[in-house]
Design a protein around this ligand. Sequence first.
Ligand code: CP3
Length: 349
Amino acid sequence: MWLALCQSLRVSVFLDALHKRPTSHTPIWLMRQAGRYQASYQAIRQKVDFLELCRTPELACQVTVDAVDQLGVDAAIIFADILLILDPLGVDFSFEKGMGPKIATPLRENAQIDAIPDEIDVEASLGYVGESIKLARAALDVPLIGFCGAPFTLASYAIEGGGSKNYHKTKQFMLSDEPRWHALMDKFARALGAYVSMQVDAGAQAIQVFDSWIGCLGPLDYDRYVAPHTKTVLDAVQGRVPTIHFGTGNPELYPSLKKAGGDVIGVDWRLPLDEAWSRIGEDRAVMGNLEPATLLAPKDVMCARATEVLKRAAGRPGHVFNLGHGIMPQTTVDQVKCLVDHVHEVSAR
Ligand code: CP3
């Protein structure tokens, strides 16, 4: 009886915060909470490569659940990657050891863009992510987040051929051939919408859209070239589950990100939380905004910075504690656990 009650409370804290309802403490989870900084993850990766891990539901489920068990966080995120959808879109990619993603033939020719399918069969091509979600739901006692990349971030990988510093080729294409840019973004957005709908059908209780590299644009270009397409993705699940719209790099974009959609806006560390929240408006929940490098600092420094974030959130309903971007691989599990315990303790109401 008590166990059931505690479990239902643990479930509701994160989802209540997404809905801006008051909670007993500020829920916390960390972007990239499953990954190389964990010995348990490294042990699995010695046996299988990264893509095989993503495509094997039993292993993806295990990695998802291990992170929650080790850290005591209030939500899980399904183990997968934003690039997996490039498969059914016909864009070949790989992960070279220690190098990040590499696209075999980057999108540079009109014919390549025209050849991208208008529709994809998500069950046939990405059904393994749905299977991972079903397994993880059955094993977890905290809510499970599904996710995808936003059309811009995905397009930037496909066009640049991998990570980029300046996104010259992406911007050149965007500014040179607006109709074809919109056609490409629309194909990506509709595929992503189908993909996140499938994740919700499988049991995802919230959806996060990662626009990790959007900060290279200014607000006018964002509104014109990107916002309608990210909106297509978010609209695909709007009203079914809460959505988190995450972007980094340029706080001037927050009002535009909000307009494109998302019940929750994910913010990085470039503005103090209270300022970011006032730019977004208190009608939305927010997620963030601890600088990820504070996890590399002495514990007292990290905890003081976490307390500062909580102070600026001021206990208002609708704050989910997170980093401003993913956990760095140099971080220790012990340090992350210390952060999670600290946030739980200090925010208890
Ligand atoms: O715990 C979780 O957050 C769930 C799993 C998850 C991964 N990638 C696993 C992963 C999630 C949510 C992502 C999202 C993702 N992938 C993003 C958006 C978030 C962000 O950090 O901005 C992006 C941009 C990618 C693309 C990507 N995947 C890169 C650039 C890299 C290589 C660089 C790096 O950080 O390792 C990956 C590989 C990747 N995705 C790893 C993991 C655990 C490391 C793979 C390995 O084991 O070697």
